[in-house]
Design a protein around this ligand. Structure first.
Ligand code: AMP
Length: 207
């Protein structure tokens, strides 16, 4: 099972990816998480990417394509994987096609999470990550346990969120007709409780 989770920032991709990956026994490949890890580890790639990320800008295609190209050769990707936050540009989508055809592994589905923009801004601005567990909470809709040490992503500040949403609408939505033309796109309503959205995603997957 090779699946792409396509959705704007704060549409719930990260949270829903965990449930999908558990169900299908496949790893979650989040380019955002990989870049944040590289940044935390202080690698040259991480430092370079941090300049773009903290400004709410996309990291250059060559960097993320390189990361994904290497990651999908790992042993745990043998039975498939879920891509969360990749591809985000036409160049990335084409590079992915090339990588998958080299592996002779077809893409099964592209799940597009639809959430209105006003809700996305509210979700991102009130989103917090538990530093110890990495779990994602929302101060209003999914409050963290008392005493949790929380982190607010610097790119989840309102001005950065708006920039990221603009980029999504301008650049990433061009991938919708790209996958639609190949009959791979499934649109899923991303508004509702975690379990409601999860059920819709499961129902949208083949088999
Ligand atoms: P995310 O956690 O998916 O919201 O990604 C956080 C940030 O990482 C983005 O705002 C970009 O700066 C960078 N990033 C993650 N994935 C990509 C990608 N596929 N292409 C370019 N930049 C990315």
């Amino acid at each position: 099972m090779i699946v792409i989770l396509l959705g704007p920032p704060a549409s719930g991709k990260g949270t829903q990816a965990v449930a999908l990956c558990t169900r299908y026994g496949i790893p979650q490949i989040s380019t955002g998480d990989m870049l944040r890890q590289a940044q935390a580890a202080g690698t040259a790639l991480g430092k370079d990417a941090a300049r773009y990320m903290s400004a709410g800008q996309l990291v250059p295609d060559s960097v993320v394509i390189g990361l994904v190209g290497e990651r999908i050769t790992a042993d745990d990707c043998k039975n498939g994987f879920l891509l969360d936050g990749f591809p985000r540009t036409q160049a990335q989508a084409e590079a992915l096609d090339k990588l998958l055809s080299e592996k002779q592994c077809p893409l099964d589905a592209v799940l597009q999470l639809d959430v209105p923009r006003e809700l996305l801004v509210e979700r991102a601005v009130l989103r917090r990550t538990d530093k110890a567990t990495g779990k994602i909470y929302h101060l209003k809709y999914n409050p963290p346990p008392e005493g949790a040490v929380l982190e607010h992503r610097s790119d989840d500040q309102e001005d950065k969120v708006n920039k990221r949403l603009d980029d999504f609408e301008r650049v990433t939505t061009t991938l919708i007709p790209y996958y639609q033309a190949r009959g791979l796109l499934r649109r899923v309503d991303g508004v509702g409780s975690l379990s409601e959205v999860q059920a819709r995603l499961f129902a949208a997957l083949p088999g």
